[in-house]
Design a protein around this ligand. Structure first.
Ligand code: NAP
Length: 297
């Protein structure tokens, strides 16, 4: 078997086209365009690349945006003062603090300083908590994008065994909540196992999985011999590895050994072009929701 590709670029474009239409309708009804404030601390080149992709998408769908660049020496107090200013600014709908932050700043504490109604990444404890109790919420963009992708391709997850490899608070953990608790057209209500660095025998879990979502940040952590025939594989990993064959000196790979896993899987996401574009598209959706203020009672 050679896997079919879950085309994140195609589905992300469809999501963005819908957001663009909805933004136009919102403006036609007399509202100003939605506004996303991005905060970038330091000069991490990968973060700068992600922000470029996000601001480009904003422009495409009609969301206005600004990026505040802060030095990597900014104090916790100063950063939170700036966040508070945006929290109180009615012309700012969404606030995104690009992660990772320099080591002297606690990302949990900084995220918690954002008004949860403006937390378009869906990382605030209020939003994560509401997700866990199945209340309408700002859903974390990467797992929400994966649910969208599964729904688009009509991949049933109900009653299926989903194994999430990686348990971070921004990807693995909300992914496991969505897969196990949500009840979408196709995606949701799966029997969900979470694996992390203390999981004793990773293969014992992945080999019985109907669906694997891997979000670890280690190339080749999932290989063909670790999965069963017909599995659906969602590769969230985004790793730069040295590659002298191209101009850039590196290439981007996921967490799967793509060549061996695709021979056994029924569906697989490529890297790049799988989960990454979906994350950006869901950010657009969340920013419009924040502008409309329609999520919370
Ligand atoms: P993270 O915060 O570093 O979390 C990694 C997770 O992997 C942790 O839960 C860790 O376990 C677990 N882990 C580590 N070694 C393991 C092992 N040997 N077996 C099983 N689990 C193991 O990373 P993240 O922020 O979730 O990101 C993961 C990857 O996804 C990265 O490559 C990142 O760049 C990528 N990413 C992509 C997108 C996108 O839009 N495409 C978005 C976000 C992240 P513990 O919990 O026990 O430490």
């Amino acid at each position: 078997m050679s896997a079919k590709i879950l085309d994140g670029r195609k589905v992300a474009n469809l999501v963005k086209e819908q957001v663009q239409e909805d933004v136009e309708e919102w403006i036609d009804r007399g509202h100003r365009p939605p506004f996303l404030q991005v905060i970038l601390v330091g000069h991490d080149p990968a973060s700068a690349t992600y922000i470029r992709a996000k601001t480009k998408a904003c422009k495409k769908v009609g969301i206005e945006t600004d990026t505040l660049q802060l030095p990597d020496t900014v104090s916790d107090k100063e950063l939170k003062k700036i966040i508070k200013k945006y929290n109180n600014d009615d012309t700012v709908d969404g606030i995104l603090v690009q992660l990772p932050l320099p080591a002297h700043l606690s990302s949990h504490s900084v995220i918690e300083a954002i008004d949860y109604r403006k937390d378009v990444d869906g990382f605030h404890p209020m939003n994560v908590g509401r997700l866990a109790v199945e209340e309408p919420t700002m859903r974390s963009c990467t797992p929400a994008g994966i649910m969208e992708l599964l729904n688009y391709y009509s991949i049933p997850t109900k009653g299926q065994h989903a194994v999430v490899v990686g348990n971070s608070s921004i990807v693995g953990s909300p992914m496991s909540i969505m897969l196990s608790r949500e009840n979408g057209a196709n995606a949701g209500k799966s029997t969900t196992t979470i694996c992390h660095q203390f999981t004793k025998d990773l293969t014992a879990h992945t080999i019985v999985a109907d669906i694997i979502v891997v979000a670890v940040g280690q190339p080749n952590i999932i290989k063909g011999e670790m999965v069963k025939e017909g599995v659906v594989v969602i590769d969230v990993g985004f790793n730069r590895i040295a590659d002298e064959s191209g101009d850039e000196g590196y290439k981007l790979v996921g967490d799967c050994e793509f060549e061996t896993v695709k021979e056994k899987a029924s569906w697989i996401t490529p890297v790049p072009g799988g989960v990454g574009p979906m994350t950006v598209a869901m950010l657009m959706k969340n920013t419009l929701l924040a502008a409309k203020g329609s999520i919370y009672p």
